[in-house]
Design a protein around this ligand. Structure first.
Ligand SMILES: C[S@@+](CC[C@H](N)C(=O)[O-])C[C@H]1O[C@@H](n2cnc3c(N)ncnc32)[C@H](O)[C@@H]1O
Length: 462
């Protein structure tokens, strides 16, 4: 699996799906860019590629899924491609060994080579893109080596023609190379038999050699996000995060029968992606204009998907203060709640501590308290709520946040940690370690964002 930019959150989502959905499996190894997954059964099915496509569709934080064909230990790679080359002859021999491993897999990676015209793109995913080994060695030496040598092997094996995807020279020189994007994988037909994306995914242990079998279609998600009639660019939650949060609710079977609520629906981002993921969607907001916006956006998406508008659909999106939620929806009706409540105003500069303290105490805390009180009433037993709360960076007092856990506990919700480290292997690289045995919450933020999103998961205690 090639992970999205927030790799920790992507891992948490992946582990949750592997633990609780029909796609049972385990993360065997990982870096900040890839996760190696062993499925219990999936790959033994005859038509497992269809299953993989479905699996990819469900996930918000995974960009590509590739089948692993082989593995080379990290020592063998570093000896053959050191940061500083000293004994070149020795190195030639070691590189030849690496090629032998690759050559032994190409007949499986390509169903047919002889007399075929083959095209391939090599994508290298390092542990971290900012490791010095990536620009200095992997991009400058390993990539050109793989490109030309794989071409030679394919020709030797009888290919009529073998061509490789050429990355811009400038990026190779500067070492700022991004592996080919998912939409290019689709554009260049790299999922066809005679065309392939060959992934070299690094972890601390070594490099996994894989071929991409399916990938995300970001254009479609972007279209929903950007082309819907009503949106607010500066503050919207991303499609990726919406889907990840929905997956944390642990509702994988019969999604078309599962009722999902967003009680702070805004322009409806979370509900649009919940609809795409087949859930029954319900929402509410204090702002009547937002309610109208959401209804318009959902109608637009249903039309795009060529799906009929459900009966009494507009009644599913209500205009109500969260304080009165249980007057608008039936008790114990929802299987899950997924929401991003009020996070505070859009700050263009860091605010003062006192200003934020007042905002939290007088405005945000009451909203979150009402949200949990009412969520308890409308959720089914053991129903989950995945909720965002803000971390606000101040000018003079550091970061400030709400004590969501305390509020949730007061209303009979227990925190569900986002990731259980015992399920995945330990890493020696500190940047890849999780500080505690259980990762209770995670943050989603871009650099220099004043309000950061913190993601929490709670379960109703029955
Ligand atoms: C951060 S926005 C949600 C944005 C949404 N995720 C989207 O994609 O557009 C928070 C929403 O909460 C609503 N809101 C604020 N206070 C509320 C309250 N007391 N009850 C219900 N909704 C409220 C606001 O009108 C706003 O639309």
């Amino acid at each position: 699996m090639v992970l999205g930019s927030n790799w920790q959150l992507s891992l948490a989502e992946l582990d949750n799906v592997l633990k609780n959905s029909k796609y049972l499996g385990k993360i065997m190894d990982y870096s900040a860019n890839v996760a190696i997954v062993e499925f219990d059964k999936l790959d033994k099915h005859k038509h497992y590629i269809n299953d993989l496509m479905e699996f990819q569709f469900i996930l918000g934080g995974t960009q590509k899924i590739a089948k692993v064909y082989d593995f080379i230990h990290i020592h063998n790679i570093i000896e053959a491609f050191p940061l500083k080359i000293e004994k070149f002859q020795e190195i030639q021999k070691l590189r030849k060994k690496i090629l032998d491993v690759i050559a032994s897999n190409l007949d499986e990676i390509f169903p047919k080579i002889k007399n075929e015209r083959i095209f391939y793109a090599v994508s290298i995913y390092p542990n971290f893109f900012d490791d010095e080994y990536y620009p200095k060695v992997l991009v400058k030496h390993f990539l050109p080596f793989l490109n030309t040598e794989i071409m030679k092997i394919l020709k030797k094996k009888g290919a009529e023609r073998a061509l490789y995807y050429q990355y811009p020279e400038k990026n190779i020189e500067e070492g700022t190379l991004n592996p080919i994007f998912p939409h290019h994988v689709i554009k260049y037909g790299l999922l066809n038999k005679d065309r392939a994306e060959l992934i070299f995914g690094f972890t601390e242990e070594g490099v996994y050699i894989a071929r991409t079998y399916t990938c995300d279609d970001p254009n479609f998600k972007r279209k929903i996000d950007e082309e819907r009639p009503l949106k607010e660019f500066k503050s919207n939650i991303s499609p990726k995060l919406s889907i990840i949060m929905l997956n944390l609710l642990n509702l994988f079977d019969n999604r078309h029968k599962k009722n999902i609520l967003d009680p702070f629906v805004g322009n409806g981002t979370i509900l649009l992606f919940a609809l795409l993921q087949d859930f029954q969607i319900y929402g509410s907001d204090i702002d009547k204009v937002k309610v109208k916006n959401t209804v318009r956006n959902i109608n637009w998406l249903l039309n795009e998907l060529e799906e009929p508008i459900p009966l009494l659909f507009t009644e599913r999106i209500k205009s109500t203060d969260v304080e009165n939620l249980s007057n608008s929806f039936k008790e114990k009706f929802f299987d899950g709640i997924c929401t991003e409540p009020e996070l505070g105003p859009f700050y263009s500069e860091r605010p003062y501590y006192s200003e934020v303290k007042e905002l939290i105490e007088n405005k945000l805390e009451p909203i979150y308290q009402f949200a949990f009180r009412e969520a308890y009433k409308v959720l089914k037993e053991n129903g989950r709520i995945c909720i965002i709360s803000p971390i606000i960076e101040t000018l003079d007092g550091g970061d400030i946040q709400l004590n969501i856990e305390k509020i949730a506990n007061n209303f009979n919700f227990k925190l569900i940690p986002l990731l259980d480290i015992n399920r995945i292997i330990n890493k020696s690289n500190q940047r890849l370690q999780f500080r505690k045995k259980q990762v209770r919450t995670m943050i989603d933020a871009k650099k220099d964002q004043i309000i950061k999103r913190k993601i929490y998961l709670f379960e109703k205690i029955s």
